[in-house]
Design a protein around this ligand. Structure first.
Ligand SMILES: [Zn+2]
Ligand SMILES: [Zn+2]
Length: 100
């Protein structure tokens, strides 16, 4: 299974398992046990386009001391039409060469 995503915590993309569950796919990293949900059929809420990019946002909790740990993941959806400017600034590399 190709998920086209890597673990935001340990950065592996080889030990991820996805379990589809209606509208979301729950992805679990066996390397560090982090799991998060990803929309199974992501689309733009503004224009309805399905030409979108999954943008994982780690929810980081500052635990006691200075150590930071990722406790959960939230996946935002970026539309290639509505969020074109932002995607270009971030340089995600997802745009086809003709648009770069
Ligand atoms: Zn991991
Ligand atoms: Zn849109």
């Amino acid at each position: 299974m190709s998920l086209d995503i890597s673990c935001p915590n340990c950065e592996t993309d080889e030990h991820l398992f996805g379990a589809r569950n209606d509208a979301v796919i729950t992805i679990t990293c066996s390397g560090c046990s982090l799991s998060w949900d990803r929309p199974a059929a992501p689309h733009c809420e503004r224009c309805g386009s399905t030409d979108v990019v999954a943008h994982p946002v780690p929810l980081i909790e500052r635990s006691r001391g200075t150590q930071m740990s990722i406790t959960a993941m939230h996946v935002e959806t970026r539309c290639r039409i509505c969020d074109a400017d932002e995607l270009r600034e971030r340089g995600t590399g997802h745009l086809p060469p003709s648009l770069q």
